[in-house]
Design a protein around this ligand. Structure first.
Ligand code: CA
Length: 450
C-alpha cells in the first residue's frame, strides 16, 4: 500500500465522522442481510443495526459534541401554497408516475378528529396515518388533514411504477409528526414507489429519534416537507442520524430516491455524525434548504449518480456537501464514487464546503456552477475531482437577510452574483417557492430563483 501523504491523512480525519461502512466484511454481511430482510419485509428491525454499524469504525475520529441549536424554526416559506396536487414540481419520472396514480387512485383520509374504526372516507376519516398505511394499495393517495400526529410510522405496502402510493399533507406543513416511541426513525417508508409530500416532522420531543424520515423501498420520494430538530437531544456518537435518509445502494435491492423542495434544519446540533439529508443510493437532491445541522447533504455508503442541484446549504457545523463512502470498504475497481452531479448549489458559512474522497474516485463526479463561499475550507477534493470543478468565484451570494441559525430570508438580493449563473441541465423546473425556473436570462444558483 502506498504510504499516505500528509494531505491524505488530514483529509481522512476530516471526513471520517461522516464516513460509513469501513469494513468490507461488515458491509458484505449487511448487504446479504439487507436482501434477505427486504425479501421478508422486516426492514424495521434491520434498520437500527445497519445504520449504527455504518459509523462504528470511525468512533475514534469523532471530535464534535452535541449541542442544542436554538434556531428560529420557521422558514420564510411557511405560508406558501399547498403543494399536494401540483404535479409540476419535480421534472423526474416521479412526477409522471404521480399523475398517473392520481388519476386512477382511491383515496383515504386521516384527521385528528377521525377514528381508526371509521372507513377512512373524507366524511369519516381515520385518526392515524398508520391505519391508512395498513389499507393502502397501489395507486392510493392518503390525505392527511392539518394537526399533530404523535405516531411512529412505518409504511410497508409497495406501489408500482404506474400506480404510486402517496401520503399527502393537504396543507403544506400542516400535518405535523411528533415522536411517539423510542424508535430510531419517526417515519420509515419501507414500501417502494411511495411519495411523501408536504409533511412537517418535529423531533424535538425525543432523545431517541435520530432519523426524521427514512426511505428504504426504492423509487420513492420526500417532497415539500419540513423536518427539524431531529437528534438534537441525542448522544453524539457513531450511531449517527439524519433529518431525511435514503437507504439501499449499489448492489442492493432498491435504488432511486428523490428529495425535492424540503426544508431541513437543526439535525444533530453540531455533531458530525448527523446529516440534514443523507443519500446512499441513486436519485436526486434538488431545491432543498439545509442548515444548522451537523452536516448538510451527505452522499455516503454506496451513493452514486446522485444529482444534487439548486440547493441552499448554510450554517452547518461540518461540511455543506460531502460525498464518498466506498473508499475503505471497496477498491476503486468495484465501487468507484462515480457519476455525482453537484451543480447550482449555494454552500455558505459551513464548517466545510464540498468534500470528497481522496482515493476510489474516478473523476466522473462533476461540481459545476456552485457558489461556495465563507466555509472553513471551500473545496476539499481529490485531484480527479478538482479537475471537474467549474465553480463561481468565491463571493458573497447576497441573501436578503442572512441569519446563520435560521429565521432569515434566504432569497437573493437583486445584486446577487448567483442570479442567472446556474446550469440548465438537471435544474428543477420550479424553485423552492414554486416559482417557475428559470426566470430572467438563465437559471439562478441556490434554491430560490430571483
Ligand atoms: Ca434567473
Amino acid at each position: 500500500m502506498q504510504k499516505p501523504t500528509a494531505l491524505a491523512i488530514r483529509t481522512t480525519l476530516i471526513k471520517s465522522p461522516a464516513h460509513p461502512f469501513s469494513s468490507p466484511r461488515i458491509s458484505r454481511t449487511l448487504r446479504s442481510a439487507a436482501i434477505l430482510v427486504a425479501a421478508t419485509s422486516t426492514l424495521t428491525a434491520f434498520g437500527a443495526t445497519e445504520y449504527g454499524n455504518r459509523w462504528q469504525r470511525h468512533r475514534n475520529t469523532q471530535t464534535a459534541t452535541t449541542t442544542t441549536t436554538t434556531a428560529t424554526p420557521t422558514p420564510t416559506t411557511t405560508t406558501t401554497t399547498t403543494p399536494t396536487t401540483t404535479t409540476t414540481a419535480t421534472p423526474t419520472t416521479t412526477t409522471t408516475a404521480t399523475t398517473t396514480a392520481t388519476a386512477s387512485a382511491n383515496n383515504y383520509y386521516v384527521a385528528t378528529t377521525g377514528s381508526d374504526s371509521n372507513p377512512g372516507t373524507q366524511a369519516a376519516p381515520f385518526r392515524t396515518i398508520k391505519k391508512a398505511a395498513s389499507v393502502v394499495k397501489p395507486g392510493t393517495t392518503v390525505h392527511v388533514a392539518p394537526g399533530t400526529y404523535a405516531e411512529t410510522i412505518t409504511t410497508t405496502v409497495n406501489g408500482t411504477a404506474s400506480a404510486r402510493i402517496r401520503y399527502v399533507s393537504d396543507t403544506k406543513w400542516g400535518a405535523k409528526i411528533v415522536p411517539a416511541s423510542t424508535a430510531e426513525s419517526m417515519w420509515k417508508a419501507d414500501g417502494g414507489y411511495t411519495d411523501i409530500d408536504g409533511f412537517q416532522v418535529d423531533g424535538s420531543g425525543s432523545s431517541t429519534a435520530t432519523i426524521g424520515m427514512r426511505l428504504t423501498g426504492g423509487n420513492s420520494s420526500i417532497k415539500n416537507s419540513w423536518v427539524h430538530h431531529v437528534g438534537v437531544n441525542a448522544q453524539c456518537n457513531s450511531n449517527g442520524g439524519a433529518g431525511m435518509l435514503a437507504d439501499q445502494g449499489r448492489g442492493q435491492t432498491f435504488s432511486n430516491y428523490d428529495f425535492t423542495g424540503n426544508t431541513v434544519h437543526d439535525v444533530g446540533g453540531s455533531c458530525g455524525w448527523f446529516h440534514g439529508i443523507y443519500h446512499s443510493s441513486t436519485g436526486t437532491v434538488k431545491n432543498n434548504m439545509v442548515y444548522a445541522s451537523g452536516q448538510g447533504i451527505n452522499m455516503g455508503h454506496d451513493s452514486h449518480n446522485v444529482k444534487v442541484v439548486n440547493n441552499t446549504i448554510f450554517g452547518n457545523a461540518n461540511y455543506g456537501i460531502w460525498y464518498g463512502g466506498c473508499t475503505e470498504a471497496y477498491t476503486s475497481s468495484n465501487c468507484p464514487i462515480s457519476g455525482h452531479e453537484v451543480h447550482n448549489n449555494i454552500i455558505y458559512d459551513n464548517g466545510g464546503g464540498i468534500q470528497g474522497p481522496i482515493a476510489s474516485e474516478d473523476g466522473s463526479n462533476s461540481f459545476k456552477n456552485n457558489l461556495v463561499y465563507r466555509n472553513t475550507r471551500n473545496f476539499d477534493l481529490s485531484p480527479n475531482s478538482l479537475n471537474q470543478v467549474s465553480s463561481m468565484p468565491s463571493v458573497d451570494p447576497q441573501f436578503t437577510n442572512y441569519i446563520r441559525t435560521g429565521g432569515g430570508n434566504y432569497h437573493l438580493k437583486s445584486t446577487s452574483p448567483a442570479i442567472d449563473k446556474g446550469l440548465a441541465t438537471n435544474a428543477p423546473l420550479i424553485d423552492l417557492d414554486g416559482t417557475p425556473r428559470p426566470r430572467g436570462a438563465a437559471v439562478d444558483i441556490g434554491a430560490y430563483e430571483y
